[in-house]
Design a protein around this ligand. Structure first.
Ligand code: 13P
Length: 251
């Protein structure tokens, strides 16, 4: 019922020619995959060129952030309309690196998510606890805070276009992924929260990705969990072979 979604978050990597090569390599290798939704999220500077590469393929594109205002004097920011016009279907919102380095809060994540939905972009909303929070037994509490406050005031109908990415901060870029049990326990908890906030049917339809040191050799066991519906991949999305292997291990 929930189609698996594998998204590559390229972060601040790849110039234009490198982006074209990576997108091309991916696109050529996954043309026959239809059971997995495949998304690449290049940096802003490469969106226009990657759009050309993936046009008429089964690879979709997302951005890594967005601003909530439509236009105006907001130097350095990019609007939802701009992302739509360059061919984005998705946008990552509230990544832990933005929360950590760029002052992103649940409140700004909420504003961005609402703006994305209003403009027909599908948000991938990131949540997840830090190591010290997990060690203090606060993982559930932090995830609850992120989910409830990042998604407050969104209609049930709009929620059907939201993807949630559970990315425990301690697993990002560390090579230490959450075990399948750790991932499943939080994903199940997120789905229960969604059932309370919206309704059980909506909760059943929403895809929850896992992110944090996802690799070709751990994706199969993660994706085998009942509430893990895909992955948001960082490092392993920067090479054709590893990203494609992750996608193919979900088929
Ligand atoms: P890594 O896959 O490099 O751990 O990054 C995960 C991530 O932050 C994806 O958004």
């Amino acid at each position: 019922m929930r189609k698996v979604i594998i998204a590559g978050n390229w972060k601040m990597n790849k110039n234009i020619s490198e982006s074209i090569d990576l997108a091309n390599g991916i696109q050529r290798s996954v043309y026959d995959v239809d059971s997995v939704e495949i998304v690449v999220c290049p940096p802003y500077t490469s969106l226009g060129d990657v759009r050309e590469v993936i046009a008429s393929t089964n690879v979709k594109m997302g951005a890594q952030d967005v601003y909530w205002e439509a236009e105006g004097a907001f130097t350095g920011e990019v609007s939802c309309g701009m992302l739509k016009s360059v061919g984005c279907e998705y946008v990552i919102i509230g990544h832990s690196e933005r929360r950590q380095f760029f002052g992103e809060t649940n409140e700004t994540v909420n504003k961005k998510t609402k703006a994305a939905l209003k403009n027909g972009l599908k948000p991938i909303v990131c949540v997840g606890e830090k190591l010290e929070e997990r060690n203090a037994g606060k993982a559930f509490q932090v995830v609850k805070d992120h989910v409830e406050n990042s998604l407050s005031g969104i209609s049930k109908q709009d929620m059907l276009n939201v993807v949630i990415a559970y990315e425990p901060v301690w697993a990002i870029g560390t090579g230490v992924n959450a075990t399948k049990e750790q991932a499943q326990e939080i994903h199940k908890y997120i789905r229960e929260l969604l059932a309370k906030m919206f309704d059980p049917e909506v909760a059943k339809s929403i895809r929850i990705q896992y992110g944090g040191s996802v690799k070709p050799d751990n994706i199969a066991e993660l994706i085998s969990q009942p509430d893990v519906d895909g992955a948001l991949v960082g490092g392993a999305s920067l090479k054709v072979d590893s990203f494609v292997a992750i996608v193919k291990n979900c088929v």
